[in-house]
Write a protein that binds this ligand. Sequence first.
Ligand SMILES: [Zn+2]
Length: 67
Amino acid sequence: MVDWMTQAPTKICIYPGCDRPAVPPHPLGGPQPSFCELEEHNALSAHLERRRLEREPQRTEPNEEDE
Ligand SMILES: [Zn+2]
């Protein structure tokens, strides 16, 4: 039987819209990062993306007048 139950639950990247698993914590200790292994997913880019999403209301219907 695999004892995967003893491992911590998988943390998910907190970047808006990203559902990739966060990178595992460093074996030598320290807190687990909140982001996946993508370089562009970090605290700064996530902050900017959230601001962008706030300014840009989500549309449920396609809008082709953006350009
Ligand atoms: Zn991510």
